[in-house]
Design a binder for this molecule. Structure first.
Ligand code: 6GU
Length: 229
């Protein structure tokens, strides 16, 4: 998979080269490029924003600068991802869909967002996904891009160490409408707290039943919204 990220803060994306994704890049499974939007500004001050038509606070990012940047990185196979709190919600099924794309371009907006004509124009040439990672407001699309990239790339073949983990995760596979059961490892007693006895019983059916019950209990307590269909 090819990933291009366009931002006015390229250094902000440095963590993408760490850990699991860093390994996938080193192994050639993922090809990542981060671009400075200002490279496509044309004036001496490398301006990327201007005052909003219709008035209001803040600044809006200029469509012409964004358009040139996208033209430079777009390929026939590109899907444009625009992280924005005004987008559709990014969920595990959306992550799975994006994992099937050959090329993702991320347009990281700052200020009050990007002139909507940039999105409109891009949509006439390629699939465009305006995505929100949750109901809160970030200062820009960079951190949302990192969230989306991490969720998508760990689904790629060979990126995750153990492919079973992706299936067992919350919001995927068996646990589509339930969160995961809690996990335990050694020591058998930590600060007076023993590991639940069933987990050391060797009874695999009992372990499975206990985890299913814990999963239901945790979902009821922490995510009642998942139970209301
Ligand atoms: Cl994708 N961007 C920003 N700026 N804020 C957000 C968001 C995205 N998703 C939730 N809040």
């Amino acid at each position: 998979m090819r990933l291009d990220v366009i931002t006015i803060f390229p250094a902000y994306l440095a963590p993408l080269r760490e850990s699991l994704l860093g390994k996938a890049i080193a192994d050639g499974r993922v090809d990542l490029a981060v671009h400075d939007l200002r490279d496509w500004a044309t004036d001496r001050h490398r301006t990327v924003d201007d005052a909003p038509y219709g008035g209001g606070p803040g600044m809006v990012m200029k469509p012409d600068v964004w358009g040139r940047a996208l033209d430079a990185v777009a390929q026939p196979s590109s899907t444009l991802v625009v992280p924005t709190p005004a987008g559709r919600r990014f969920t595990q099924p959306v992550a799975a869909e994006l994992a099937g794309c050959a090329h993702l371009v991320f347009a990281c907006g700052r200020y009050e967002g990007i002139d909507q004509r940039f999105v409109q124009d891009a949509a006439s040439r390629m699939p465009v996904r305006e995505l929100s990672i949750g109901d809160y407001v970030l200062a820009g699309g960079e951190v949302a891009t990192m969230v989306i990239v991490e969720a998508v790339t760990r689904l790629l073949p060979g990126v995750l160490g153990n492919p079973e983990s992706a299936v067992q995760d919350s919001f995927a596979g068996d646990l589509a409408d339930l969160v995961e059961a809690p996990s335990y490892t050694r020591p058998p007693v930590y600060r007076g707290l023993p590991v639940p006895a069933v987990l050391t019983s060797g009874d695999h059916a009992a372990v499975a039943a206990w985890r299913a019950e814990q999963s239901r209990r945790r979902t009821t307590e922490n995510r009642p919204d998942l139970l209301i269909q």
